[in-house]
Design a protein around this ligand. Structure first.
Ligand code: BTN
Length: 318
């Protein structure tokens, strides 16, 4: 009954509906409706209870809704209140060859992992921490492009839902107003003998709502809310996953790569790169069609950077 009441509220998002309307639709009493709605409010649903008039379900609801997400992405969704890492969980699940197209989401991660062995702090209920298991029919050399494709899918979703001018920082970060709002950790299992991808786990961490950032990242991190937009995590998850699906289904025509190049915030910028412990400054010339960074070093050499990361964006236009 609780789910049916939620459904009716959602069908009438941001509209005032009366207790009798819900009661009549479900053939239950008004007092029962009121009891269930009070429990929902207690659970954190943003429902305005207007005395003697009715209820308004707010469209920017902050609660993760597994069923709603599942219905809108046509994939199995597993939702945890708390887990060590959604990537770790999916890795175990992926060993079962039958598992495909599964999305794992958590409200909170106790051991979220970032790139290069770092920790990804995953505060309770303020962000999106999710991992998607896919088994795409692509070559091992193309697998690294999945990170670019995902960055584009996220960037587009944030642009569309918030109107904010988000950008991609090579290789896997999304920035708004020069601060990081999202990171991606893509992990692949390959079968070297067969030269194919067994599976890929796409891990995505997004700061959605305001939170206290750790001292170490305070000056470089932000959230979508901090940048002026409050959106539903459910809507953002659905849009991202559907964008990823669209790009994967059209993988061969590489539309995503053009968008990746066009959405970059580092072209013509001076950056500090760290390639396997070797730090140096360079100017970014372009991102090539394999998603690699082409830079000019200070001794005027053109260099293609395959992996590593940008440790500092100096942000002087060159
Ligand atoms: C980075 O910025 O270095 C990448 C961060 C990726 C974090 C996400 S949160 C969901 C998934 N589970 C993890 O343990 N990590 C990724």
């Amino acid at each position: 009954m609780k789910n049916k009441i939620i459904e009716i509220l959602k069908e009438n998002k941001n509209k005032l509906i009366t207790g009798s309307y819900i009661a009549n639709k479900l053939n239950i009493t008004r007092s029962y409706v009121s009891k269930v709605i009070l429990t929902l409010i207690d659970e954190g649903y943003q429902i305005e209870n207007i005395s003697r008039s009715g209820y308004i379900y707010k469209s920017n609801n902050k609660i993760l809704d597994k069923d709603f997400i599942e219905r809108n992405i046509c994939k199995e969704v597993i939702l945890f209140d708390e887990i060590d890492s959604t990537n770790n969980y999916l890795k175990k699940l992926a060993k079962d060859k039958k598992q495909n197209d599964v999305l794992v989401i958590a409200n909170h991660q106790t051991n979220g992992r970032g790139r290069l062995g770092r920790t990804f702090i995953s505060d309770k209920t303020s962000g999106i921490y999710m991992s998607l298991l896919i088994r795409p029919n692509i070559s091992i050399s193309d697998a690294k492009k999945i990170t670019c494709l995902t960055a584009v899918a996220i960037n587009k979703a944030i642009n569309e839902l918030t109107g904010l001018d988000s950008k991609i920082k090579w290789v896997n970060d999304i920035y708004i107003n020069n601060k990081k709002v999202c990171g991606i950790l893509t992990e692949a299992q390959t079968s070297i003998e067969e030269g194919i991808i067994d599976y890929i786990i796409i891990g995505i961490g997004i700061n959605v709502y305001k939170r206290e950032f750790d001292e170490s990242i305070k000056n470089i991190a932000t959230s979508i809310e901090d940048e002026g937009s409050i959106i539903s995590r459910n809507d953002l998850i659905i849009t991202i996953v559907n964008n990823i699906d669209n790009y994967i289904n059209n993988f061969s025509n590489e539309i995503y790569m053009k968008e990746y190049q066009n959405s970059s915030c580092i072209i013509n910028k001076e950056v500090e790169l760290n390639i396997r412990g070797n730090a140096f400054k360079a100017t970014v010339l372009r991102i090539n069609d394999d998603g690699e960074l082409v830079v000019r070093t200070f001794d005027n050499k053109e260099l293609v950077v395959y992996s590593g990361e940008i440790t500092r964006l100096v942000l002087n236009d060159k």
